[in-house]
Design a protein around this ligand. Structure first.
Ligand code: MCN
Length: 782
């Protein structure tokens, strides 16, 4: 049986579930100190002065620093942005605010103490003279006349205006038999990795080297961004290590001030400095997700075929541009606006808006859940306008299975797909006809439980790459991945990957790729990642790219290893290299099965080099930097069935059925786990989660008492299945899976709830679909 495709248990889990995993906060170093960051309680204020003397008098305090101290030290001290758009306003973001604070949580000073628990006490002694000013937090209010201004260099709070699309939009709407339009809000979310952000910076004043252990999804990118912009430290003098990382969901991609502050402090003091966020602090300062206000419209002919689609979105950027923020509501959003459909004319406009809130950036799905929400809500509204079943309107517009590669009107060219096949399988799994019959019966009988069925036929673009394309779009980095395969003399293997897992299971799946190819035991393969001192280079784990790009880099290196091993085997077998086959762990001469050498005979010879080809270097180790030719495009159809208590407005998820297509699958159990996790987060967005600011800019859902993350008992037992349409352009044929569930599910849930409420005349409701909102919608109509 092939190792690829088998549900091997996650090799990383025994240590983690028995409490043996070493996370950043578990680590201690001799002479370690603790950083506590003094944060602004105001959303917008001028800093008239900071008095640190009382704090400096606290017996446990080692030092207190302000933004001015950092500036005076001559380092950049700013947080860089890694993505540029034409017309983008990029105001300076100092790692500690100097004269103005722009969101609740903005850092103004740092207190270094000998012990952790004195930190917050001493921080309270720092006296900051704030002069509060008006704040604005809502994305539409921020662009209204007279709104408080976040940055002088961004008039009307506009960070950028962006447009994408092709085809004749005006003709599409002019010739339409049916149209539908809607105003949508995509609610603001707070990422909730189990482990809050943390770092431990250690500067060696004798060598001038900084070692920074931190919660990161992309250590090399953090090193690149931090070394010059924030710290004036060349990369070769900086080592970043990601110990165990307890989840990230995007929030640990970005460059935040805090890790740079701890590093700078360690450089001043010559002592290690640890900083660990509290849960409330992480909720205030980790980049939030989503927060869009969109107006969207669709035009159709009399047969329900789409003629045109247009959308204008205002995307909240928060107070400063976070690392990849400008790319999320543009390149990862507008480009997805064709969904699974053949649409002749599309126009997407996005206005990025500054507000006095926590910066907003990538969060699981990053742009694609927002796009799917727009497209799939429009499809249901279009079905209503045309008098068609939601399945029928989708089928009439699907890109046909024989039309791939398919060029959309919004830049992307889909690689492969079979959208009808996924829909067919989902309908069969759900028993769609019976569900509709049941719904009709219950409506007829006046059942107080309102039943609804919702669809989401989603597409996503992931496996983020290729470098030239993202470079031309404004990314200030390449998006390839590296993979080194080091074969040891005994035949076991260590793999060094630039991907940096934080829950995804790379220790297992990447080992499967190697074991499958070299026909060795999975346990003979070790996977190393997350350390700039050990791994050649890497772009990290996000955008569901690790299997498609990181896995492919390993696969290409394996090709090179096998090719070299064949040359060594050919020498041993006294045959030409072209005649050597590698099968069942043995090298054989084609047509002469008796003549063979084992894998370990070859690997040992690679290092002994006693009986060895003259023109070959000893050793067996290969590195590849794999840069794909396209994104990958997973897809699927999700069906949600809800039952709503018409007296309380409470939504029960009766069933959740999904068919995903992620190309070839390395580990079905891990893929299923990824789908489950994504679904929980997408359903959480649809029903419960919401980051709410009051008018003064206070985050009033900043703790787990107020911010409703999904609980296991609120979720149904998911019914999952797959179709398999391999990716045609990477060596493994894989597409990404890490975000699929979170991309598809918000639209499926909302479509189901709106379907349930349709007898009450409801055509749209914004997320989260709280019982109160639903109850009001029911009672408004009766
Ligand atoms: N895989 C597979 N077959 C495929 C595709 C993937 O077996 N056809 C496996 C991969 O080898 C990997 C896992 O599935 O072990 C996820 O792979 P992939 O889709 O490539 O995604 P990444 O590894 O790049 O992970 C990133 C993705 C993102 S963007 C978010 S956000 C997210 C997610 O993964 N955050 C997570 N899943 C998470 N899971 C956990 N536990 N914690 C997070 O923070």
């Amino acid at each position: 049986m092939s190792v690829i495709g088998s549900s091997i248990k996650r090799r990383e889990d025994p240590a983690l579930i028995t409490g043996q995993g070493k996370y950043t906060d578990d680590l201690t170093l001799p002479g370690m100190t603790y950083a506590t960051i003094v944060r602004s309680p105001h959303a917008h204020a001028r800093i008239a002065g900071i008095d640190t003397s009382a704090a400096e008098g606290h017996p446990a305090v080692v030092a207190v620093y302000t933004g001015q101290d950092i500036k005076d030290s001559g380092v950049g001290g700013v947080v860089p942005v890694g993505w540029l758009l034409e017309d983008l306003k990029t105001p300076d973001h100092p790692i500690l605010a100097i004269d103005t604070v722009r969101y609740v949580g903005d850092g103004v000073a740092v207190v270094i103490t000998e012990d952790r628990y004195s930190g917050p006490d001493a921080a309270e002694l720092v006296e900051v003279d704030y002069e509060p000013e008006d704040a604005v937090t809502d994305v539409l209010a921020a662009v209204a006349d007279g709104a408080p201004q976040v940055h002088a260099e961004a008039p009307n709070n506009v960070a950028f205006n962006w447009r994408l699309g092709d085809g004749d939009i005006d003709a599409g709407f002019a010739n339409a038999a049916h149209t539908a339009e809607v105003d949508l809000r995509n609610n603001r979310l707070i990422p909730h990795a189990i482990e809050p952000r943390a770092c431990l910076a250690s500067f060696d004043q004798t060598t001038g080297e900084l070692t920074l252990r931190m919660t990161t999804q992309n250590p090399h990118v953090h090193r690149l961004l931090m070394s010059l912009a924030s710290l004036n430290l060349p990369e070769h003098k900086m080592r970043i290590i990601a110990p165990e990382v307890g989840g990230g969901f995007g929030s640990k991609i970005h460059h935040y001030p805090d890790e740079a502050i701890a590093s700078w402090c360690s450089m001043q003091l010559g002592r290690p400095v640890k900083w660990t966020a509290t849960r409330s602090e992480t909720n205030l300062t980790d980049a939030h997700g989503r927060d869009h206000a969109s107006h969207a419209a669709i035009a159709l002919d009399s047969g329900g075929k789409i003629l045109a689609l247009k959308v204008h979105t205002h995307a909240n950027m928060g107070s400063y541009l976070s690392t990849f923020a400008p790319s999320i509501p543009t390149y990862l959003y507008g480009t997805l606006m064709s969904g699974q459909y053949d649409i002749p004319a599309i126009e997407v406009k996005t206005t990025g808006v500054f507000t006095h809130t926590t910066p907003v950036d990538a969060y699981r799905g990053a742009g694609r859940p927002e796009a799917t929400f727009v497209v799939e809500r429009l499809m249901d509204l279009a079905a209503g306008a045309c008098g068609l079943d939601p399945v029928e309107i989708r089928r009439r517009n699907f890109v046909a299975a024989d039309a791939f590669p398919y060029q959309t009107q919004v830049a992307l060219a889909y690689d492969s797909g079979n959208y009808d096949a996924a829909m067919d399988k989902a309908l069969e799994l759900a028993g769609y006809d019976d569900l509709r019959a049941d719904q009709a019966r219950r409506r007829e009988a006046g059942d107080s439980k309102l039943m609804g069925i919702g669809f989401s036929s989603f597409i996503e673009a992931c496996g983020l790459a290729p470098s030239a394309v993202v470079g031309s779009l404004g990314a200030q980095a390449g998006l390839y991945e590296s993979g080194k395969v080091r074969v040891h003399p005994t035949g076991s293997v260590t793999v060094y990957t630039g991907s940096s897992a934080h829950g995804q299971g790379h220790h297992t799946t990447f080992a499967q790729i190697v074991a499958d190819r070299l026909q060795i035991d999975v346990d003979a393969v070790e996977v190393i990642h997350g350390d700039t001192g050990q791994v050649q280079f890497g772009m990290g784990t996000y955008g569901s790219r690790s299997a498609a790009v990181g896995g492919s880099a390993i696969s290409v290196s394996l090709d090179k290893v096998v090719a070299k091993a064949k040359r060594i085997a050919a020498h041993l077998l006294e045959a030409p290299a072209e005649d050597i086959e590698f099968e069942g762990g043995e090298f054989r001469v084609k047509g002469v099965p008796a003549k063979s050498v084992a894998w370990s005979d070859v690997t040992v010879q690679a290092y002994l080099a006693h009986n060895y080809p003259e023109d070959l270097e000893p050793g067996l180790e290969e590195t590849s930097f794999y840069d794909p030719s396209n994104f990958t495009y997973p897809f699927g159809t999700h069906i949600c069935v809800v039952e709503i208590d018409s007296e309380t407005g409470d939504v029960e998820l009766a069933r959740y059925v999904c068919v995903d297509d992620v190309g070839n699958v390395i580990n079905p159990m891990i893929v299923e786990g990824q789908v489950h996790g994504g679904l929980a987060q997408g359903i959480g967005q649809a029903l419960w989660e919401n980051a709410v600011y009051d008018e003064g800019g206070q985050l009033i859902t900043g703790t787990l008492l107020d911010y409703a993350v999904p609980r296991a008992h609120k979720l149904p037992s998911f019914e999952t299945d797959r179709t398999v349409t391999p990716c045609p352009h990477n060596p493994l044929g894989v597409k990404g899976v890490g975000e699929a569930g979170s991309i598809a599910s918000p639209a499926a849930v909302v479509n189901a709830v709106v379907d349930a409420l349709s007898p009450h005349g409801v055509t749209h409701l914004d997320m989260p679909l709280t019982p109160e909102k639903i109850w009001r919608a029911i009672h408004r109509s009766s």
